[in-house]
Ligand binder design. Structure first.
Ligand code: HPA
Ligand code: ZN
Length: 329
């Protein structure tokens, strides 16, 4: 078998997937009809044609429009169940899934509805051999007060879904919204014993990665590819084994790199950084996790040992507890 086949067949963990980014155009239209939501695109093809992004913001505008069809518990169940099918097909045995509650509460959808629908699909997935965790992400283009209110509203859910909802993250428009803006809400999450992650160094500068590490005290950095611009930061990431959840096709589609052969994943790996490969928003960026592996292996001429390390990193960097890990083996 080729290395691409071996990577595709390997059991793996996915650590950077926004569940709203798994919403395929077909399902967007089905839910729009079911819920009588009006879309700005009159066909699946017209919507798909709009998926030509120039930067993060041009993607986010369409991503939030797509998420506007999600209203009921059943909608969140259907979206998550569809992701589970694609993940199982790619041999994902463990996923740590982001969701954006503010995108939904802003439209009058209760946070309980969001989590209940996602949770029901993930409980079903567990019976089929895929374990998972959920990470609540704050939208960084909104205020910290909004994030604090969201955190307070989610407090009962962190208790009710203790086995699943284990952390908080930070996503949306990076430039102009540094991690320091969210220091207080991350301190509250840390005090509660939650895991902490943040998108940093996707479009933003290395200083945002330092802020995520030093001010938010994150356990992992999402993307982090611009760390390569600061050699001392690369050394620190390597020495501390703080993992990066890298999303190659996302970076390509959002023009972080103009060609996949220019991607910094291999350089970071060679410098000892714990990089992983993930899909980010697979319905928008041209593929699920295996497609990311296949194209990255080809573009960066990854070796068998590189791929083995990346897959092993995905489990080592996961928030699976020791007790859960023993149940795996
Ligand atoms: N970056 C920031 N916010 C996001 C992303 C991303 O890649 N995907 C979904 N929300
Ligand atoms: Zn992301």
């Amino acid at each position: 078998a080729t290395l691409a086949d071996k990577a595709a067949g390997a059991p793996k963990a996915e650590l950077h997937i926004h569940i709203e980014g798994s919403l395929e155009p077909e399902l967007i239209f089905k839910l729009a009809q079911r819920n009588n939501v009006k879309l700005a695109y009159d066909s699946i093809d017209a919507l798909r044609t709009a998926y030509a992004f120039t930067d993060l913001q041009s993607f986010l505008d369409i991503y939030y429009a797509g998420a506007s069809v999600l209203l009921t518990e059943e909608d969140f169940y259907d979206m998550t169940a569809a992701y589970v099918e694609r993940a199982l097909a790619d041999n994902v045995v463990h996923a740590e899934i982001f969701f954006d509650p503010q995108t939904h509460t802003e439209r009058g959808v209760a946070i309980e509805t969001v989590v209940a629908g996602i949770e029901r699909a993930l409980a079903d997935a567990e019976k089929r051999g895929m374990t998972s965790k959920l990470i609540l992400c704050f939208l960084r283009h909104l205020s910290e007060d909004d994030a604090l209110a969201t955190f307070d509203a989610a407090l009962p859910l962190f208790d009710r879904y203790k086995h699943r909802l284990i952390g908080v993250g930070l996503d949306s428009s990076e430039r102009g919204h540094p991690p320091s803006k969210f220091e207080r809400v991350f301190a509250k999450a840390r005090a509660k014993g939650l895991k902490l992650v943040a998108h940093a160094g996707e479009e933003g500068p290395p200083s945002y990665i330092y802020e995520a590490l030093d001010l938010l005290k994150v356990d992992r950095v999402d993307h982090g590819v611009r760390s390569i611009e600061d050699p001392a930061l690369v050394t620190r990431l390597a020495d501390t084994r703080v993992a990066l959840t890298v999303c190659p096709l996302s970076n390509l589609k959002l023009c972080v790199f103009d060609d996949l052969t220019k991607h910094t994943l291999k350089s970071l790996l060679d410098r000892g950084v714990a990089v992983t490969v993930n899909s980010d928003d697979p319905a928008y960026f041209g593929g699920y996790i295996n497609q990311n592996f296949v194209e990255t292996i080809d573009a960066l001429k990854l070796s068998d040992a590189d791929v083995y390390t990346i897959v092993k990193n995905s489990f080592d960097a996961s928030f699976i507890t020791p007790a859960e890990r023993n149940a795996f083996i």
